[in-house]
Write a protein that binds this ligand. Sequence first.
Ligand SMILES: Cc1ncc(C[n+]2csc(CCOP(=O)(O)OP(=O)(O)O)c2C)c(N)n1
Length: 373
Amino acid sequence: MATTSRRTTSRAARRPEAVAAAHVPQRPLDLLAAVRDMMLIRLFEQETERQYKRARIGGYCHLAIGQEAATVGAVAALRPEDKLLTSYRSHGFALARGTSPEAVMAELFGRKDGCAAGRGGSMHLLDPARGYLGGWGIVAGQLPIATGVALAAVKRGEKVAVLCELGDGAVNMGAWHEALNLAAIWRLPVVFTVFNNGYGMGTSVEQSSAEPEVYKRAAAFRMPGERVDGQDVEDVYAAADALLSRAREQRQPAVLEVMTYRLRGHSVADAGTAYRTREEVAEWADQRDPIALATAKLLDAGVAQDELDRVAREAQAAVDAAVAFAEASPMPSADTLAEFVYGDPRSGEQFARMAPGAPAGEAAIVAQLQEAS
Ligand SMILES: Cc1ncc(C[n+]2csc(CCOP(=O)(O)OP(=O)(O)O)c2C)c(N)n1
């Protein structure tokens, strides 16, 4: 009888070979500021895990502990006018882009003062004022939207770049091909930034991808493709800066593969040990923790340990304040349910048509509209 074997592939905790030109960023990265952001994100997500276990947070919840350098390095390369779209593993992106920890935590709690007014939760963070056009829950769902956002920017004559983050699991979806093909044909300013953390849920990249070196897939669309060490915030920043600059100035789309690792399970419901060994996780935590790597560089450069301790204390205070804010924020009231569903402010009418006895309701609304016009 044929048997199936679940092949697991170990992901060694070592610096991957970068496949990128040596980029010299236009503006140097402020490494201390990057460490501050990474610490905030780490502490925020550790608190998120605690609050989830206390049932303050419901629904799906995906932590990106271990991926902070990838997130902070990529976001640091964005200009204020640029746009950002990501997958559901989105807490760090909102925080790195400047959304307040209060607004993010309140969103996780489903509260009125959350950054998506309590409608989105962990997977659907949103901050249009900062160009963060969402965490998206459908794998690869954000890709065609990012292509569309880039097309809209070109049509409006805006010189902006779009950073579209996705997981390695998204590169085998049809939307990947559609979005990259159109971006290439129309020369749209979008950088598809693949956070390759080795696994899509419990399936390794090697098990699921005929070409596991994701950056090479850019060749199918005649785009530049680069791979960078995602645990080194300076490297991620330099590569993202180069590709985003070319997108902004020359409308050159690209693929950036950021090699990283998530130290937690796929979501809070996954212990993350069925498809990888405890040793593998421990090796990444001990040898390739992005915050430890960056703080070691700062200490080497003469930054005092006291200064780093102060940064960590301030980050923890910001997280504590975020929890207090979220607890105090009210739940959205039921009569605002129809708000934010459609861009059209008349969404209330559309909801009314769906109410019990809608046909009559609809007739009345149509009559009112006719009267008003
Ligand atoms: C279209 C679709 N299919 C399946 C799922 C369920 N699902 C959620 S996350 C995920 C794995 C995605 O992995 P990857 O893209 O590598 O991102 P990561 O979770 O590692 O950040 C799957 C299959 C989904 N959300 N959307």
